[in-house]
Design a protein around this ligand. Sequence first.
Ligand SMILES: [Zn+2]
Length: 525
Amino acid sequence: MVGDVAPTLDTKSRAIWTEDGRIRALGGEDEIRRASPTGAEMVDLAGAVVMPGLIDSHAHLLQTGLGWSRVSLADARSIDDIVQAIAERVRATPDGDWIQCSSRWHETRLREGRLPTVEELDRAAPRHPVYLPRGGHVVVTNHIGLELAGITASDTDPEGGQFVRDGERKLTGMLLEAPAFRRLTRLLPQATEEDRQAALQEAGTAFSRSGITSVREPGLDVAGVKAYQTAVDRDHPIRTSLMWRVDLGQTDDERTEWLEQLGPAPGVQNDGWPEVWGLKITLDGGVEGGYFKEGYANDPQQHGFPLTSQESLNRFVQRAHTFGWRIGIHVVGDAAMDMALIAFEGAGPTEQVVRRGHVLEHAFVPPPGGIERTRRLGLGVTLQHALVYSLGGNMRTYWGEERAANCTPTREWVDSGVAVGAGTDTPVTDFDPWLNIFGFMTRETDVAGVLGPEHRITAAEALRMYTTGSAKILGAGNVVGSLEPGKLADFICLDRDPLSAAPDEVRATRVLRTVVGGRAVHSIG
Ligand SMILES: [Zn+2]
């Protein structure tokens, strides 16, 4: 292929020769023409800019695809819009069946700036139970939903969750964190294998159109892992690195038994996908439930909560580490990140922990010294400006100005020497990598203005996070992330050079062609 090739983002080349899914050589056009066999197909990219394929190091691709068949609230701008969208689905759904909404929307985009109430959902769906998630930590339901789940106003809150109530102690329909909404999710009709295959194909196609060639999937069950294995046999266009979801609802003993059944870690080979990367632990909540040392700005008594104790976490991390597993721990608040660091510090001999390459997911608010401890332990971190972009409004409300402005301190992370991967956490947010890169460059948010401009990074730094940085997180730096002879031929052809474009132009980047293993999985024009 002939174009403007930026193989490592720092060097330039004119042509790229691929063979058997790998890169054979890069060089000048004549040089490559001479070197490649006669009759080799030559694709002229007509001046397109060629870069390594993008790697989203924290993307729930399967859930993103499954979400697309649910009621979309992304365009809702008022509670009325939500009521109408649900009512429309109600009209096409037999009485009593669940109405499920997609989690990718946010109340800060509504005129009212709040979640709908149980009564408003009753108005939209008087004869159907409603499951309305927002992100991964909040669910709202109507009275039929509460009734089916057996949640009443006299119930005490489950450990690690909250049945949110109003001033008169009446249920609002909002259920905070998995322990609170597990009784509801248990009742939802399970996606079939057919649904999962359709979701993976649909989302995979959309991802490759945006320039993503690999993702790391944080948190799957048996059916999810199986679905990926099947999808790959059907030419799924995205390479995937999978993580088993660790269930913190289990007792220590149950979790140990689960780990023993799973057996020793498979060891990443990087020669076939999907690969099982490791385990995913969700240690605290999201914006409204993250575990902080200081109280919440809107409720100083509230610190959020960890979903397990320090002792249980230590025990599990140590055991899994001994079994050879890599572990990614979701941490939002500074207190949660501190817990995760303590667990990794005690997981085994430091050199061994460093070699393993465990990862912190999100790490929105590092405690003082936390970035340095992360570096010393050889941990990687996955950062998602996309989350700050869409949740910034609530970060301000719940965490206060200062914590919100300093969340996801990308500048510090990038300068620290820690392996930093870029991601979006779709379907909580949009998977669009160009919007995410724009956000990393500007610290712009959807409705909360610019948060912490001192944490801005350059386009080159953001693209490095999306390529070599994420590849390192995946433990696949030897095969993807840059274009070099012997590496996999995963690259994208763009209509502009984002390295020298202004943020708004970067955001509008069009991907003309996406190549995975030498095969064009997307091309236009
Ligand atoms: Zn996630």
